[in-house]
Design a protein around this ligand. Structure first.
Ligand SMILES: [Zn+2]
Length: 251
C-alpha cells in the first residue's frame, strides 16, 4: 500500500530498502522534490532516479558522444534517467572537462560537479563516474572486502590512500554478492606509486577491474541499481522518463 500522506515518513522495508527514510518535501517550488536519505551517513538519492545534468560547452563532438552513450546505457538498462536541465531544477550535476576524473557519491544538493578529464572520456569511465553520482561507492570499499581482495598499502600513491579505505557502513546493495566484474571495481594496479599491484584478488582465477573501455555494467551492477532505487516497486514513479529527448549532438 502506498502511504496515504506522501509527507509522512515511512520505511522502505517492503521494498528492501531497510535503513532508508523519507525526509518530506523540501520547498514548495515546482521543481523541488522529496529526498530519500540513508540513516547511516550514506548518500542522498535522486528521487525516482531523475538526474538533471548540464554539459560544459568545451566538450568536443567525440567526447559528447561518449557521455551521451553512457547516459543512453543508463536509460536502456536501468530505471535511472539523466536528462538535460531544461528547467531550473535546484539540484543537478554539472559535467565539465576537469583535470581529473571525479564525482561525489549521491546527491549533494544544488550544483554538483562531475569532472571528466582526458583519461576518462570513454563510455565505460563515464558510466563509472555516473554510478558515483547515483550513490555507488567503489566495490573494493565494501565493509566485507577483506574476504575478497587484499589491499597492498605500501604500493599506493600517497594522494590516493583514501580510495582504498573500507566504507564504515553498509549500503542496501551490499546484500548482493561481491562483484569482481563491477564497473565500480578498480584494477590491480590502480593508483600505484611504483607500478606494483595495489589490489590482489583472494579468489583464484578472479579478474578485477574493467576489462576494457568497452566494458559497461556487469549483471550484478544492474541488479544493485534496481535494488537501490527500488525500480520495481510502486514507490518508483518514472514520471519524467523519456520526457526530454536525448540531446542532439551539437559541435
Ligand atoms: Zn571511482
Amino acid at each position: 500500500m502506498p502511504p496515504s500522506n506522501p509527507n509522512k515518513p515511512h520505511s522502505f522495508m517492503e521494498t528492501g530498502l531497510k535503513g532508508w527514510s523519507f525526509e518530506g518535501i523540501e520547498d514548495s517550488g515546482e521543481y523541488s522534490v522529496p529526498r530519500y536519505k540513508f540513516k547511516h551517513n550514506g548518500p542522498t538519492l535522486w528521487l525516482w532516479g531523475q538526474i538533471p545534468y548540464q554539459l560544459d560547452r568545451r566538450f568536443n563532438l567525440e567526447e559528447r558522444k561518449q557521455i551521451f552513450n553512457a547516459i543512453f546505457q543508463f536509460r536502456e538498462l536501468t530505471c535511472i534517467n539523466f536528462h538535460e536541465r531544461v528547467y531550473p531544477y535546484r539540484d543537478y550535476i554539472y559535467i565539465h572537462p576537469g583535470e581529473s576524473c571525479f564525482s561525489d557519491v549521491g546527491r549533494l544538493g544544488e550544483q554538483q560537479i562531475v569532472s571528466l578529464g582526458k583519461g576518462c572520456l570513454n563510455t565505460s569511465s563515464v558510466i563509472h563516474q555516473l554510478m558515483h553520482v547515483i550513490g555507488f561507492y567503489h566495490e573494493h570499499e565494501r565493509p566485507d572486502r577483506d574476504h575478497y581482495v587484499t589491499v597492498l598499502k605500501d604500493n599506493i600513491d600517497v594522494d590516493h590512500v583514501e580510495d582504498f579505505e573500507k566504507r564504515p557502513f553498509k549500503m542496501p546493495y551490499d546484500r548482493l554478492p561481491y562483484d569482481y566484474g563491477s564497473v565500480m571495481h578498480l584494477g590491480n594496479t590502480a593508483y600505484s606509486a611504483n607500478n606494483l599491484p595495489t589490489l590482489k584478488v583472494r579468489q583464484r582465477g578472479a579478474f578485477i577491474g574493467r576489462r576494457s573501455k568497452h566494458a559497461y555494467f556487469s549483471d550484478l551492477d544492474l541488479k544493485k541499481i534496481k535494488l537501490l532505487y527500488a525500480c520495481d516497486s510502486h514507490y518508483f514513479k518514472p514520471q519524467f522518463q523519456q520526457r526530454h529527448p536525448l540531446l542532439p549532438l551539437e559541435a
